[in-house]
Design a protein around this ligand. Structure first.
Ligand code: GSH
Length: 238
């Protein structure tokens, strides 16, 4: 599955069609950086291989290898979607404001997504969809926090078009999770600023291309008994 870079492609993206996987794929489509997708089907446990562990020590997607880093240095391997977005923004000098204040603003919202929105929605989905037993306390806790975070984002978008001053990696980090909002039992009708932002980003050609490519890679995105096995159980101990 993990080949040497024989194709002279700049960046390899280790990817599956989940919200965290979509972040770097959207970024690569937006920036036009030369890349190839290496699918890692987490529903089949492909992220638990030794070869993938070398690329992503946390054994989760996404990860990238940049074979052409700045300065002609040795290839750089990176995991964590926020770190990847930040790296690609620096590499392409795009989608991250140049001013210190603008940069700090976009990065705080990137970290908000990484530390708050993403993990909360992940835990909410786990306890409401994947868990083999019903845990009402956990369901209630993550549901309330999810609703609160939606309100925070809706409020942030009340007087601005994008999360930071311009379209940036902060938007790219949040969008794939909001795209699953209806699956999370929430409706955009009650969050009008979020709805406008969501529609605006959905209409971007790069975002459309990214989701088209994802659909071609994963033709069975529904949860099956087999995929549930890998998604509920942690990796076997090393
Ligand atoms: N904080 C990490 C989270 C990565 C993550 O949770 N990836 C999920 C897919 S969205 C995964 O690989 N799950 C497989 C597993 O947990 O076994 C990031 O943003 O990259």
């Amino acid at each position: 599955m993990f080949q040497a870079n024989e194709t002279e492609i700049m960046i390899e993206l280790y990817f599956w069609t989940t919200p965290n996987g979509m972040k770097p794929l959207i970024m690569l489509e937006e920036t036009g950086l030369d890349h190839v997708i290496r699918p890692v089907n987490i529903s089949k446990g492909e992220h638990f291989t030794e070869s993938f562990k070398h690329i992503s020590p946390n054994q989760k997607i996404p990860a990238i290898i940049d074979y052409e880093p700045a300065g002609g240095n040795a290839p750089i391997s990176l995991f964590e979607s926020g770190a990847i977005l930040h790296y690609l923004a620096e590499k392409s000098a795009s989608l991250l404001p140049r001013s210190a204040a603008g940069r700090a603003d976009a990065l705080q919202w990137l970290y908000w997504q990484m530390a708050g929105l993403g993990p909360t929605l992940g835990q909410f989905m786990h306890f409401s969809v994947y868990a083999s037993e019903s845990v009402p306390y956990a369901q209630g806790r993550f549901s309330l926090e999810k609703e609160r975070l939606y309100q925070v984002l809706n409020q942030q978008l009340a007087e601005r078009e994008f999360i930071a001053a311009d379209y940036s990696i902060a938007d790219i980090a949040a969008y794939p999770w909001i795209r699953r909002l209806e699956r999370q039992g929430c409706h955009l009708e009650s969050l009008c600023n979020l709805k406008r932002w969501y529609q605006n980003i959905s209409d971007r050609p790069a975002v459309e291309r990214a989701y088209q490519r994802a659909d071609e890679i994963n033709t069975t995105p529904a949860i099956t008994a087999n995929s549930r096995t890998y998604l509920v159980n942690p990796a076997p101990a090393a």
